[in-house]
Design a protein around this ligand. Structure first.
Ligand SMILES: Cc1ncc(COP(=O)(O)O)c(C=O)c1O
Length: 409
């Protein structure tokens, strides 16, 4: 019998005490359980080492939670320095004010900021602020868009009751005619439209906003007094250092950030315009460790690095170099590959590969080379990547492509 790897034996051990062993999007069934490691030992920069000692070049960045590279020295120093004084107190620390000042400085429309520990906390809170402000019940979202684990929007079916979604309406991304119909049919009942800056569904190509999409959405919201909430949990820091709305040229009313905000430290923020501040004070917000000064120090340092080093532009440039390289290599080997979505967080799409088998084979071959690419989720480029590490990865891909050709015949 084949000897179990350490990763496999840990997973068996986990299943005795943790439902499914590993749940959520990190569950092995969501990826490639036959070749992805289940557990990680350590990570630094753009690489990580699994519990079996295999070193990987990373393209997932903790599913987006890391923008400046794993264990970025500057951010770790800022976090450690706060940690020396403690992290969760009976009162907030001064860093909370500094962080809110920084966010309202870098995000042009933001007059205030609140904090929590993850994205779901604040997407749900934000729609309640919209309901409080408008005194209306309905929330409009894009079909297939992920906004978190709460019952109004989670992708699972378990534990839900009909009323969880009775005030949720959905339209197809980019179909602003459909959005207008929903607004017309629910006159004076829609509180908000909540959207991601572009459509990044799992198991499929990313879709950028069509020409005029954002200006149309903004003017429909203005017409009907509906709040426009931008869910930047995944995109924050990767499209524009001042918020992804700047990348696409519009202004939301509230924006929510998490993932990359703390570069691996658990924190989320919702920023908003002054006119929604009063309503924001009416919607109760708190949580265990929500005032964690270490996570706030990490976020403050991370934001300052982004401003100082132009990190969004940098990861977009690195991503362009990498995506263009991959598309060229694929073409040289007879494949039509499109790297969809923004270059700093692309989702690869082989033409006609609707069942994703080809992409899965690609990611399996990459895994054998120690390249961590995911077949069902967009990838992430971190600023710890450099032209050398990306060129090396491209060379590795070029080497295994003949095997993909063979497997596809
Ligand atoms: C766009 C978007 N919104 C909200 C969330 C939920 O954030 P969290 O997992 O931190 O609760 C996610 C998480 O992946 C996300 O990608």
């Amino acid at each position: 019998m084949k000897k179990l790897t350490r990763s496999e034996s840990l997973f068996l051990r986990a299943q005795k005490v943790i439902p499914s062993g590993i749940y959520g999007h990190l569950a092995p069934v969501s990826g490639l359980p036959d070749c992805f490691p289940h557990y990680c030992e350590k990570a630094r920069g753009h690489t990580f080492e699994d519990v079996d000692g295999k070193r990987w070049t990373d393209f997932m960045c903790g599913y987006g939670a890391v923008l400046h590279g794993f264990s970025n020295p500057e951010i770790e120093t800022a976090a450690n320095s706060q940690n020396a004084n403690g992290r969760v107190f009976n009162q907030p620390a001064e860093v909370m004010i500094e962080l809110a000042e920084e966010l309202t400085k870098v995000i042009d429309f933001a007059d205030w900021a609140v904090f929590a520990k993850n994205g779901s906390d604040l997407t749900t809170w934000a729609i309640r602020v919209a309901r409080e402000h408008s005194q209306r019940p309905i929330v409009v979202k894009a079909k297939g868009a992920y906004h978190g684990v709460d019952a109004w929007c989670d992708p699972g079916l378990g534990g839900r009751i009909e009323s969880d979604r009775q005030d949720i309406r959905e339209f197809e991304w980019n179909d602003f005619g459909q959005l207008e119909d929903i607004l017309n049919q629910n006159q004076d009942n829609v509180a908000c439209v909540i959207l991601t800056p572009y459509h990044h569904s799992s198991f499929g190509p990313s879709v950028m906003p069509a020409e005029g999409f954002w200006s149309e959405v903004r003017s429909l919201c203005n017409r009907d007094g509906v709040l426009l909430i931008l869910d930047e949990v995944r995109t924050g820091g990767r499209l524009h250092d001042g918020g992804s709305h700047r990348y696409f040229g519009f202004q939301p009313d509230l924006s929510i950030f998490s993932k990359a905000l703390g570069n691996g430290y658990s924190i989320s923020a919702c920023v908003g315009k002054r006119r929604y501040e009063k309503s924001s004070m009416e919607v109760f917000l708190t949580g265990s460790c929500w005032n964690d000064a270490v996570a706030m120090s990490a976020a403050l340092c991370s934001l300052r690095i982004s401003q100082r080093d132009g990190v969004a532009e940098s990861v977009l440039r690195k991503g362009r170099f990498f995506s263009n390289g991959l598309e060229k290599i694929a073409l040289n080997h007879g494949f039509s590959l499109s790297m969809t979505g923004p270059s700093s967080m692309p989702y690869p799409w082989f033409e006609g590969d609707n069942d994703l088998f080809l992409l899965q084979s690609f990611c399996r071959l990459a895994a054998a080379e120690g390249l961590f690419f995911h077949p069902h989720h967009n990838w992430f480029i971190s600023n710890a990547h450099n032209d050398d590490s990306l060129s090396k990865a491209l060379n590795q891909v070029n080497r295994f492509m003949p095997m993909l050709r063979e497997a596809s015949l």
